[in-house]
Design a binder for this molecule. Structure first.
Ligand code: AHR
Length: 500
């Protein structure tokens, strides 16, 4: 272990953009145990009157989610939303092809709305562009958003929901570029279908916002041509363009893995360029923003992803270590640093499946990456700031040299409070870091949280659930707009500040 020096320069006038509250979203898919045994478990003694797991609800509230995307995912492309509404005893039990599981349909659109109310988030629904038609997409908007007096809105009332759900955010399909997708389409065919669906959807309710499927990842052969083609066709009827991306330390190269923010930023930069190109090409006055509506660390080899035709199988229940939490923190830093173009983000998924939250019949386990999300979603408010960082460089195999610190910051002019989010990605070096508020006002540091460890592979387990958590640590003195703080190797540190 060694010691080095670093500097973080912050100026609250040097803003990037307002931080969209929808950056702190999650994703619920009918996959594995995300819905059943995750958020919905009516047989559990921990369930409320709607069958929702109260311990899960509490943890989700703690994380301050703002929006939840539902019902898939690959599941969406074979889903008939009518299967999931109406009397539960009449709902069909189906073979679900995306995850080769049995879907009982005991949880559907209306139950999802009750769940969103329970944790006070905006719903973001998807319409099926695989086996689904543009008509069924339009019908679902009518079912959800029209107050009454028509076939589909009255059907909702007859199902016990007289008030419209007023769902604002709508994904027009899921990963339609992927060969694994039920009903995959070529980019131009998808662009045209999405355009026609969005026209009908917006005729049903002009206040909705639509999200086009972008490339499923940056490795697929059609990226980024898929994005350009679909955007050129559907541009005027879309408000957001989706990004999906999963990563993991597959090669055991922790040094490169801890520089993952470089890959995230490249992905954003390419798609931001594509948005600008298409806008110019179409001579458009309309803007489309990015919705990173699936992101997470996913060790796909860790758990099965096919359910062998069983109900709520254990799929993709990954175990996450400290290094994964530091990558999650960087991901959230990237959302803030790119907040001029990323307006929605949803972590995939919020419980059990590829998730930092795991349920057992008698309890809940919070894995290390639970904490960076909780801290940033609760504390990043106002505008993202363009922070300057001077830190020693670390050589990586995948990304050349990267600075040891990955930093983002926010400042809320209304409350005169700020926050700084810092990852020290060095595995060996404590960085004695000067944090300088350059606009020289008197800044008081209110609280400091830190998560750190000496083993990047350290995990939380049912036996030792609190091995890696974020702890409040002592506040360093801030004098004359300047403070010095020790950032241990493999750490994530959060400072909150108040301007006096
Ligand atoms: O979140 C798991 C799956 O990952 C989703 O169903 C799909 O959209 C993506 O490939």
């Amino acid at each position: 272990m060694s010691t080095g020096k670093a500097q973080i320069l912050i100026d609250k006038q040097r803003t990037i953009a307002p931080i969209s509250p929808l950056l702190f979203g999650g994703f619920v898919e009918h996959m594995g145990r995300c819905v059943y045994e995750g958020i919905y478990d009516p047989a559990s003694p921990l369930a409320d009157e709607n069958g929702l797991r109260t311990d899960v609800l509490e943890a989700l509230r703690e994380q301050a989610y703002t929006v939840i995307r539902y019902p898939g995912g690959n599941f969406l492309s074979g889903y008939d939303w009518l299967d999931g509404v109406g009397p539960k005893e009449q709902r069909p039990r189906r073979r679900e092809l995306a995850w080769q599981s049995i879907e009982t349909n005991q949880f559907g659109t209306n139950e999802f709305m009750e769940f969103c109310d329970a944790i006070n988030v905006a719903p973001m629904l998807g319409v099926n562009m695989g086996t689904g038609t543009i008509q069924s997409a339009s019908d679902l908007i009518e079912y959800c958003n029209v107050p009454g007096g028509t076939y589909w809105s009255d059907l909702r009332t007859s199902h016990g929901f007289s008030q419209p759900h007023n769902v604002r955010y709508w994904c027009v399909g899921n990963e339609m570029d992927g060969p694994w997708q039920i009903g995959q389409l070529e980019a131009a065919a998808y662009g045209k279908k999405a355009l026609e669906a969005a026209k009908m959807m917006k005729w049903q309710d002009p206040t909705i916002k639509t999200i086009l499927c972008g490339s499923s990842n940056d490795q697929i052969a059609t990226y980024p041509e898929w994005d350009r083609t679909a955007l050129e066709i559907a541009w005027e009827h879309m408000d957001y363009h989706s990004m999906h991306y999963y990563t993991a330390n597959h090669d055991g190269d922790t040094t490169s893995y801890l520089a993952s923010a470089v890959a995230f930023e490249r992905f954003v930069d390419t798609l931001e360029g594509t948005l600008r190109y298409v806008k110019a090409r179409r001579r458009s006055k309309h803007d489309v923003y990015l919705s990173w509506d699936e992101w997470q660390v996913w060790y796909s080899q860790q758990g099965p992803v096919q359910g062998n035709w069983t109900e709520a199988p254990h799929l993709a229940e990954d175990v996450y270590a400290l290094e994964d939490a530091l990558v999650v923190a960087q991901w959230l830093n990237v959302f803030l640093r790119k907040s001029h173009v990323i307006k929605i983000a949803c972590v995939a998924q919020i419980v059990n499946v590829i998730s930092w939250l795991q349920t057992r019949s008698d309890g809940l386990l919070k894995q290390p990456s639970f904490y960076p999300f909780k801290l940033i979603s609760n504390l990043a408010r106002g505008e993202a700031l363009d922070v300057r960082v001077k830190a020693p460089l670390i050589e990586t195999k995948q990304y050349d040299a990267v600075p040891a610190l990955d930093v983002s910051a926010s400042y809320d002019a209304e409350t005169e409070t700020g926050a700084v989010f810092i990852v020290n990605r060095s595995q060996t070096e404590t960085l004695v870091t000067d944090v300088v508020w350059q606009d020289s006002e008197v800044v008081q540091i209110e609280k400091v949280w830190q998560m750190a460890g000496d083993d990047p592979k350290a995990v939380n387990s049912w036996e030792e659930p609190n091995r890696i958590v974020a702890k409040e640590v002592s506040v360093p003195m801030a004098d004359n707009g300047r403070s010095t703080i020790n950032l241990p190797p493999l750490s994530f540190t959060v400072l909150t500040t108040r301007n006096r």
